[in-house]
Structure formats: structure tokens, C-alpha cells
Design a protein around this ligand. Structure first.
Ligand SMILES: C[S@@+](CC[C@H](N)C(=O)[O-])C[C@H]1O[C@@H](n2cnc3c(N)ncnc32)[C@H](O)[C@@H]1O
Length: 375
């Protein structure tokens, strides 16, 4: 198996290089309107924005900033395949301009833009972040009634183009089953609140670099890609930044395309590409180890398993997980700048003959468990 990844340094307001109906999943986080760190980015997109901020205050500038993002959302809707999904990570903004303190509801404005373009909103995720931000005690502090609630969450908005995706051929159905996630992961990932993802997994980028570039934690696109696409799909990130979505796609066995306006990010992206094989394989091994720990705990509590995974030979809760397989990465090449290709290994345990597998699950003393740690 191999996958293809392209980071294109260009403006995503125009994506004419991508065909209509060509992308299965979009995972992205735009510059946030009315968050100061992104003012200059928006000002470059529309020269009127800086002037509006000065002259007429926030609301007019907010509308102009979203008008620029709308151009990207329109392109996203065009390139998505029917049944394809867009996941947009966005936070609202609070800002005081002159004497006026205001909440700028970015998430609501983006839901409006997508639904106007004909996509269906699906239940969203609230990403609950722990913040030590200095504005935590905004306003009058302990004295009523002029204090403000602290924003400690962001949204992951989810939209679909048309009805549910169909998997028609036997090959498509098998690939869908191979792309399954574990039952216990489903219970956590499909919850509508994700608690701080920071500690959930080690990060690919240094924490300081990540914050400066507005990069999201690796776990965020990695989960979404596993939840809303299958192996071999193409994931698009029109605001690719440090390429986190592209690296998550590599780790998950998907193809990807990223667009990013800042060419300066390339050296950092290239450096991370050199680390992705080890990083992704550790992540995969951790997922398998966590599953084994879950199995042990469940068996100890006397709960039975009815199914066995055919690649690894370990018990799984549902029949949907029987074909689940995680491909570890063998090597990454960069045939031309910003174009990466990834080769994958056969999954550990994939050579286990069917006869060694116990369909009753019972208590597997599994030779495959040993090989998991050799990925
Ligand atoms: C919030 S950051 C995304 C960070 C990314 N998720 C990551 O993990 O690195 C938004 C990115 O969009 C880029 N950007 C802003 N306007 C753009 C445009 N019109 N076309 C392409 N990229 C743009 C910015 O330079 C910035 O890197």
C-alpha cells in the first residue's frame, strides 16, 4: 500500500487545480476572524479590513473577514464528493474595540456559510480546552454584573454534501471494514465533547512552534480522518499551516492535499516529514496496546468477547472490528518539494492463519500480541 501527499503553497480561495467532486474529506482550521493574531493575514486578503477595524469597529471587519473565508468554503463545497464530509475547527472570538466588548460568533457564521452552500450540518464536537489565558477573569472580576464568561472551548463543525456515502462494490465494503476503529475508540471519539487533546498524545511539532503557527494537536485531525474517511481516500486541508492534517493522513493511510499561503513553513514541514515514520508507528502501536489493555480489563471484569480480529487475533467487541487493520509506515519519500509519498508495511499479525483464531474469543493467549510490539 502507498499514499500520496501534496502541500501546495497557494491561496485556497481559488482551487481550480482540484476537480469538482474529487475529495472525500476536508479537515481544516482557518485563520480565526477577530483574533488579533490573524488580523494581518485577513488584511492581506482584503485591503479594506485594517481600515474597517480602525474606523467602524469590529462588526464590519468581522463580516469582511468571513467574506474571504466564504470563498474557500465555496470551493470546499465544489470539490467535495457527494457523501463527502467537511470538518472545520473554529473558535469564537471576544474582543474589545474602543469601549465595546463583543463576542464574534465565528462558528455560527461558518454554519451559515456551509448551509447556504447546500451542505447539511451534522452534530458538532465541542473541543474543551484548558486555558491559562490572561483574559480568564475578563471584566469586573468578583463584582457583579460586568464579568464575562471565559471561552474555553472551540468547535469542530461537521457538514456533509448530500446523503450518506455509499460503499457499493465488495472491494469498497472490505476496505471500509478494514478502516474501522475500535469499539472503545468509537465511544470516546464520537462523544460531542472532546476534553483537552494536548495530553492525549505526544505532538509531532515542538509545542512553541505549534502555538505560534496556530497548529492544532495531531490527535484532532487524526481522529477526524479515522472517523470520516476510509483508507485510500483523499483528505484536503485548505489552511494547511504546518501540515498537521497531511501528517495525520499519512499515519492513517489516506492521501492528502494541503494548501498554505505561507511558503516560510516549508522547512518545518520537511523536517516533520523526516519524523513521521517513527511518530506514526508509535501512535499505531499505542492504539493497539490500548486495545489490549481494554481487552484485559474487560476480561477481568468477566465480560465476554464474541469476536476476534482476523489480522491480529485479539478479541474485539463487535463484528465490525473483525477486519480492522492499522498499516505501519515503512518509508516516506519526497520526489519533489512538497510532494511526499508513503510506503506501508503489512500489519503485524496479518500473516496469522485463520485456523489459529478462536471465534469464541475466550481468553486468548495470543502469539500475535507479542508481534504487535515489533511494529
Ligand atoms: C489556524 S492556521 C492552520 C494550522 C494548521 N491546522 C496546522 O495544524 O498547522 C491557518 C493557516 O491558514 C493559512 N492561510 C490563511 N489564508 C490562507 C489562504 N487564503 N490560502 C491558504 N492558506 C491560508 C495561514 O497562513 C495559516 O497557516
Amino acid at each position: 500500500m502507498n499514499t500520496d501527499h501534496r502541500l501546495l503553497f497557494r491561496d485556497s480561495r481559488c482551487m481550480e487545480i482540484l476537480d469538482e467532486d474529487s475529495i472525500e474529506l476536508v479537515v481544516t482550521s482557518p485563520p480565526y476572524p477577530m483574533i488579533e493574531m490573524w488580523d494581518a493575514t485577513f488584511a492581506r486578503m482584503n485591503g479594506k479590513i485594517a481600515g474597517e477595524l480602525e474606523a467602524r469597529g469590529g462588526w464590519a471587519a468581522y463580516q469582511l473577514m468571513h467574506a474571504e473565508l466564504d470563498k474557500v468554503w465555496k470551493e470546499v463545497c465544489r470539490v467535495l464528493k457527494p457523501g463527502g464530509i467537511a470538518c472545520i475547527n473554529i473558535g469564537d472570538a471576544v474582543r474589545k474595540i474602543g469601549e465595546s466588548f463583543f463576542l464574534y460568533p465565528n462558528h455560527a457564521r461558518i454554519i451559515h456559510a456551509f448551509t447556504e452552500s447546500g451542505l447539511s450540518p451534522l452534530p458538532a464536537v465541542i473541543w474543551r480546552k484548558q486555558t491559562n489565558a490572561p483574559n480568564k477573569f475578563m471584566g469586573s472580576g468578583m463584582l457583579p454584573a460586568g464579568a464575562y464568561v471565559t471561552l474555553e472551548h472551540e468547535y469542530i463543525l461537521i457538514f456533509r454534501k448530500g446523503g450518506g456515502r455509499r460503499f457499493k462494490t465488495e472491494q469498497e465494503k472490505l476496505n471500509r471494514h478494514r478502516s474501522a476503529i475500535f469499539w472503545e475508540e468509537r465511544n470516546q471519539w464520537f462523544s460531542d465533547i472532546w476534553f483537552d487533546l494536548k495530553g492525549a498524545r505526544q505532538q509531532l511539532a515542538d509545542e512553541k512552534v505549534r502555538k505560534r503557527s496556530g497548529a492544532y494537536p495531531f490527535e484532532l485531525p487524526y481522529r477526524l480522518i479515522n472517523m470520516y474517511s476510509v483508507m485510500g481516500d483523499t483528505v484536503l486541508d485548505p489552511f494547511a499551516g504546518m501540515g498537521t492534517s497531511l501528517f495525520a493522513a499519512m499515519a492513517a493511510g489516506r492521501n492528502s492535499v494541503g494548501m498554505e499561503i505561507e511558503e516560510d513553513f516549508y522547512p518545518a514541514v520537511k523536517e516533520k516529514a523526516g519524523q513521521i515514520v517513527n511518530f506514526a508507528n508509535t501512535l499505531i502501536r499505542d492504539r493497539l496496546k490500548r486495545h489490549l489493555a481494554f481487552v484485559a480489563e474487560r476480561q477481568e471484569s468477566g465480560k465476554p468477547f464474541k469476536h476476534v480480529n482476523s489480522h491480529y487475533g485479539f478479541p474485539v467487541v463487535t463484528g465490525q472490528e473483525k477486519q480492522l487493520v492499522l498499516h505501519s509506515l515503512k518509508k516516506v519519500d519526497e520526489p519533489e518539494p512538497g510532494h511526499f509519498t508513503v510506503d506501508y508495511s503489512q500489519p503485524a499479525g496479518s500473516d496469522v492463519p485463520q485456523s489459529r483464531q478462536d471465534e469464541n474469543g475466550a481468553k486468548l493467549k495470543n502469539p500475535v500480541q507479542q508481534s504487535l510490539f515489533e511494529i
